[in-house]
Design a protein around this ligand. Structure first.
Ligand SMILES: [Cu+2]
Length: 330
């Protein structure tokens, strides 16, 4: 086979492999329903292959904001109050205890941002982050990371708290996992490698009489991360012993990309125990539109598949006005 066809096939195969994304949100330990309120990324056609999360690697792509189809509202918004504990339930293939959550190789930090919905310039404020929290004592060891050690070990659960006194209104919670396993090269120089972002957004309505507004000097997506920022090109398999032979930055501390965590966010996030996954909610409204080619991925499926029959190009169009979605369930 010609090498260009092989390359396309290879990228299609990696696209078809699902990556972790948010399947549910618990509010104070209570499940809000599978996929409800979540702008689930969709790449690979209608269900069962509709939902997928391929990495966003182009830092200037609109998909950095809320992933592919992140501009599309979903027909439910999760109501929360300031101080509520949110637990995001990340899964790879299914929402069950046996799911592997994330591939063991995808070491990296995890972050959560909050923005009014719809987002504006510099409206995303970081409210939580975790990166490398234990270095490896072995040569070329990756150490312990938020993605592969913490969240994976905790069955996909990522805890974050709604800031105290936060003003009522509609918000987008932007959570992301970051894979550094190919971040030793810059995507700018080698588009087959580079840091991998897995952003996923949740629609929130904050209720109550809080008076704290989010600061307006946050960051924008795209725009928050630059190729030259610390932590974007980084050798995750480094150790003090291997430093001499590696070219990418190799340090025993990892500089998490983006701004510092907002002072109005909770300094500590305690793990809340979560209740059962809501029964009867696993067939939430799914996307009827689909794409196999987005603004970020240039891969086009050329093989045969029962799920992918054509190529479609999708361009995000973000509204500047929030229209409250009609709830689908009482
Ligand atoms: Cu991957």
């Amino acid at each position: 086979m010609r090498s260009d066809i092989l390359a396309v096939l290879a990228s299609s195969l990696s696209l078809a492999t699902a990556h972790t994304y948010i399947w549910g949100v618990f509010v104070n330990g209570v499940d809000q329903g599978t996929f409800r309120g979540i702008r689930t990324p969709a790449y690979n056609g209608p269900p069962p292959r509709g939902y997928a999360n391929s990495p966003v690697k182009d830092l200037d792509s609109i998909d950095m904001r809320c992933n592919v189809l992140g501009d599309k509202q979903v027909p439910h918004t999760i109501q929360v109050q300031p101080g509520d504990n949110l637990t995001l339930d990340w899964h790879h293939d299914n929402r069950s205890a046996s799911d592997d959550i994330i591939d063991y190789s995808h070491h990296g930090p995890a972050m959560v941002y909050l923005s009014p919905d719809p987002p504006a310039d510099n409206s995303f404020v970081k409210i939580w982050e975790k990166g490398l929290y234990e270095t490896s004592d072995k040569p070329y060891g990756a150490g312990k990371w938020a993605t592969t050690s913490d969240i994976k070990a905790n069955k996909g659960l990522m805890h974050v708290r709604i800031p105290a006194g936060l003003k009522a209104g509609f918000y987008l919670l932007r959570a992301e996992l970051v894979g550094l396993h190919e971040a030793d090269a810059s995507y700018l120089k080698n588009s087959r490698r580079g840091i991998q972002f897995y952003p996923n957004c949740v629609q929130l309505e904050v209720v109550g009489d809080g008076e704290v507004a989010l600061p307006t000097d946050g960051v924008s997506f795209p725009g928050a991360y630059k190729y030259e920022d610390p932590g974007i090109v980084y050798d995750v398999y480094c150790s003090t012993e291997s430093k001499a032979t590696r070219t990418a930055p190799c340090t025993t501390t990892y500089p998490i990309p983006g701004p510092t965590v907002w002072s109005g966010a909770w300094a500590e996030t305690t793990a809340v125990s979560v209740g059962p996954v809501l029964e009867g909610s696993t067939s939430a409204t799914r996307w009827s539109s689909w794409i196999s080619k987005s603004v970020v991925t240039s891969a086009t499926f050329v093989g045969t598949s029962p799920y992918i029959t054509a190529t479609s190009t999708y361009t995000a169009s973000w509204s500047t006005e929030y229209s409250a979605p009609a709830p689908t369930m009482a």
